[in-house]
Design a protein around this ligand. Structure first.
Ligand SMILES: [Zn+2]
Length: 91
């Protein structure tokens, strides 16, 4: 199925179709839900490949540079609500 939400590296692992490992395209982050928190993964639990570096810091930095003080509450530019901001930076 290709109409799913973006799964990044996990696209190649059908064994993750139940989303045991979650992917956040905004930050390019892979994690395993652990209680109410998320345990970030640096390596793929299925094939051992190194996963991308989290882009969370850059996301905050860039939004701050845009004058967004509280990204969790503010109305964000569309590209910052998906992976568009780091895949195809507007400029
Ligand atoms: Zn993998």
């Amino acid at each position: 199925m290709s109409a799913r939400k973006p799964a990044g590296h996990m696209d190649q692992h059908p064994q993750n179709d139940c989303d045991a490992i979650s992917y956040d395209p905004r930050f390019d982050e892979y994690a395993i839900p652990s209680g109410g928190a998320l345990q970030l993964l640096s390596y793929c639990a299925f094939c051992g490949d190194r996963l991308p570096e989290s882009k969370r810091e850059r996301w905050f930095d860039q939004l701050e540079a845009l004058g967004v003080k509280d990204p969790w509450r503010a109305e964000l530019p569309a590209e910052y609500r998906s992976d568009a901001w780091w895949k195809a930076p507007a400029e």
